[in-house]
Design a protein around this ligand. Sequence first.
Ligand code: ADP
Ligand code: MG
Length: 161
Amino acid sequence: MVQRIVETSDPAGTESLGAELAAGLRDGDVVLVQGELGSGKTTLVRGAARALGVTGPVTSPTFSIGHRYRASRVTVSHLDLYRLGGLEHEDPALLADYLGPGRIAFVEWPSEDESELSNARLRVVLSHRGGDRRRIELGEDPLTDGDRGRTGDSDGGGGQR
Ligand code: ADP
Ligand code: MG
């Protein structure tokens, strides 16, 4: 369900939005970040990571599926699954290092059928609007619609997470 649509006109605007959404995140949360190349996924994650207390550079993972940054209260995980295509042929332990208690995870390019990501709390979808403008959709409870092998709590009525 899309809850909010924002347009930003520069990278700083997208970072600020990332910071804003980070303020509502809790230990263990997963945020899915979708959108074409260059739409600002990493920029948004950078803003969020900064707000969570990450001080070093926040860049796209290149040689691994993700980075983990120590922040004050949690570890901020930043995954980019672009090159992976899907996780079905991967060792489940691959994701385990990045998700779960003590972590807040941002996942770029999640494919729709990752069961490991089915309990994500937020989905962000970015798209190009010409020049430096980006359209950013923020939605909650991303993967409960359609057939994900889960039943029940599509209205957020207290289902197990
Ligand atoms: P992605 O991770 O989606 O591939 P990046 O965040 O790495 O995208 O790159 C986005 C690029 O677009 C950066 O070079 C950034 O400076 C530029 N940019 C221009 N305008 C914006 C904007 N409004 N929001 C985010 N990035 C922007
Ligand atoms: Mg990126």
